[in-house]
Design a protein around this ligand. Sequence first.
Ligand code: AMP
Ligand code: MG
Length: 502
Amino acid sequence: MTEATKTIRQPAEGLIPFDNSYARLPQQFFARADPTPVSEPWLMKFNRPLAEELGLDVDALEREGAAIFSGNRVPQGAEPLGMAYAGHQFGQFVPLLGDGRAILLGEVIDRNGKRRDIQLKGAGRTPYSRRGDGRAALGPVLREYIVSEAMHGLGIPATRALAAVLTGDPVYREKVLPGAVFTRVAASHIRVGTFQFLAARGDSDGLRTLADYVIDRHYPDAKDDERPYLALLQAVIERQAALIARWLCVGFIHGVMNTDNCAVSGETIDFGPCAFLDAYDPAKVFSSIDQGGRYAYASQPAIGQWNMTRLAETLLPLIDPDPSEAVSLANDAIAGYGPKFQQHWLSGMTAKIGLAGQEDGDLDLVQGLLALMRDQQADFTLTFRRLSDLAGDDAAEEAFMASFRDPEAILPWLVEWQARLSRETMTAVDRSEAMRRVNPAFIPRNHRIEQAIRAAEDEADLSLFEALLTVLSKPYEDQPGFAAYAEPPAPSEEVLRTFCGT
Ligand code: AMP
Ligand code: MG
């Protein structure tokens, strides 16, 4: 028996001030599960600013992080459990999934008074593991770490990365890989699939309890509504529409938008095979398991609505005792998704081209640019960043045009754009600044993530991982020392496929 096995459940006093509400919910909502110890935990990364935001004992945690964030020591106050959920996976309903490789340690109230989950991912088997090993490999842990923090830097709601630990144990996938544990922080880990789990069991009391819990935790305003559960549905739809619009505005592809990977809080979650666009291609798919292209870049808004419809189905009995009235109310809520998404997307995209107001014709102007970008294989991120430069400085025109295969092809669009800008009141300098605040210079490019993973896996070198985190913490600022990180991949560096952590 290893040393680690003996030390499990030794209390680590007061390091994390837990206050666990989920563990107080009815017992069918979860299964208690302790982390399984690992051989030789090593704390690769600890997110001190996030730990401070959470009100944790930062110094002590940094010292004892290897034991705690590997699951070898369960800190005092934790009530480790796996959450139960169902889900539609690529359209197929699975009535029981649950946390098979994740263990919720508990919740804390952060410095802003917000309740946050702390979860270990890859900390061993749970009653929901089925044939899985409950473990995570180093690569997917680093990917999730990088992308979580990049999303945060971009200002997009997402789960956060608190720590990453190397376990010292191998995990067996297509090949043998180093094992790791990822500590994730979320507004909550409640998914559309959590509602589906209770609905599929015909557990109407449980469903109401969950809905009330979600209202209390995420949507307290719904409580005062005449129809609280309809208001809940509307509020989740609003956040989902806003979230997916934000994804599209930075070229993000989640990769596996199953209903079990859709958080009702409105945070981006479980983005295993996620990737950002380099060249703009609305049909782009990276995930190796998404063979039909169900979760392609431009399909995400429609999938968001599909997922919201699955949520609505579970809420019908709570919305109204009369089934036809419930369906009619839910349908109206679902129908609201499209216009809400369109509004968020259009205001995001018009801001990206430097418009403060909106006019008829702006949609055509945005779509005109996107069509050219697609035809000319222009890099999504660079095009908008260089357009931001051009807005403040005519001399930047050449650099902007160089994003397009045939630079001349963009000239008619530039003429239209200038004409539209002439009807705006903002000065060129202010406009350029405003555009630079919505058009990042840096995104977590796939080839950079891949390079960081390769260096970590093959050479135990975390310097590229660290450099990426540094750059991505300020994605809207030019960082001259890191200019290469703004560049798209050379053809030989291009990543064509991404993989889940499983
Ligand atoms: P994901 O692809 O991460 O969204 O996971 C889908 C489902 O498979 C969830 O129920 C996971 O908990 C489960 N799962 C994924 N990988 C593993 C693993 N290595 N061991 C146990 N369960 C897993
Ligand atoms: Mg998942």
